[in-house]
Design a protein around this ligand. Structure first.
Ligand code: CP
Ligand code: NVA
Length: 306
């Protein structure tokens, strides 16, 4: 059966650990795995903007011995209404994996339902599992462990990063705290699934409205943009409700000694995070961005073996 990564809990705890171990190995030796030698090709399709995802996948696929075919959804026939399933059948005949950044989660699910090659979610409105693999790699290399680590995410609890941290963090045995204002809390089905996963791994999931209480004693503090791609003109006032959730020096002061700060980037400096924090000693964001390369190479290698 072909394996896909559409949301974080598509990997079992043991499988996630295998991918992270492989990511560390590929970080130590960029050319240790050559699953795409030939070269084989991978289609990487973007319906939304990207810097990190695009460059890390293209560079990573090259380092794995393969060739990336980068496609803008809007200039492909998908943009003119060709169905996702027809597109998936055709791409499956050309390439060894399909990586897709798009809007609705149901779109990647439809692509995977007929694909005969692995499909990787490179961000949807609901999940960003590639980012969370890189985040977990970063936490483990900085703190030396994952199970039992307390991670607090502050900001839009209903966005892709919050949902993926819930599922991916619970899979890794983290204590995940989500701090968000009313109206921006995580989807209840994601919280339910994350709690079920945490029950198996010894992790936990907690929703907390008060940002100060949420950060107290945290080992990892994470934030993300208050306005995700596609929400720019939805008319919601985000600045007023989100302001108390800004990751600044005062809030970070409540975290555990040696706590690290993550942000998937791009950052909106002065909004969800201050310059002094993102440029300060607790920030691990540049390692986190680098680890996208290693984690995604590990993921592709693992999926092509599975
Ligand atoms: N973090 C992340 O996915 O960045 P890009 O939007 O630049 O790909
Ligand atoms: N939540 C952000 C993540 C960007 C990588 C967005 O969807 O725009």
């Amino acid at each position: 059966m072909v394996r896909h990564l559409l949301r974080d809990d598509d990997l079992s705890p043991a499988e996630q650990a295998e991918v992270l171990d492989l990511a560390d190995r590929l970080k130590a030796d960029r050319f240790a795995e050559q699953p795409l030698a030939g070269p084989k090709a991978v289609a990487v399709v973007f319906d939304k903007s990207s810097t990190r995802t695009r460059v890390s996948f293209e560079a990573g696929i090259t380092q794995l011995g393969g060739s990336a075919v980068i496609l803008e959804g809007s200039t492909s026939q998908l943009g003119r209404g060709e169905t996702i399933s027809d597109t998936s059948r055709v791409l499956s005949r050309y390439v060894d994996a399909i990586v897709w950044r798009t809007s609705g989660q149901e779109r990647v699910e439809e692509m995977a339902s007929v694909a005969t090659v692995p499909v990787v979610n490179a961000l949807t409105d609901s999940y960003h599992p590639c980012q969370i693999l890189a985040d977990l790699q970063t936490i483990r290399e900085r703190l030396g462990r994952l199970a039992g680590v307390t991670l607090t995410y502050l900001g839009d609890g209903a966005n892709n990063i919050a949902h993926s941290l819930l599922l991916g963090g619970a899979t890794a045995g983290l204590h995940v705290r989500i701090a968000s204002p009313a109206g921006f809390t995580p989807a209840s089905d994601v919280v339910r699934d994350a709690k079920a996963r945490a029950d198996r791994t010894g992790g936990s999931v907690t929703l907390i409205a008060d940002p100060h209480a949420a950060v107290t004693g945290a080992d990892v503090v994470v934030t993300d943009t208050w306005t995700s791609m596609g929400q720019e003109s939805d008319g919601l006032d985000r600045v007023a409700p989100f302001r108390p959730y800004q990751v600044n020096a005062e809030l970070l002061g409540r975290a555990a000694p040696g706590a690290i700060v993550l942000h998937c980037l791009p950052a909106h400096r002065g909004e969800e995070i201050t310059d002094e924090v993102i440029d300060g000693p607790a920030s691990a964001v540049w390692d986190e961005a680098e680890n996208r390369l290693h984690a995604q190479k590990a993921l592709l290698t693992w999926l092509l073996r599975a």
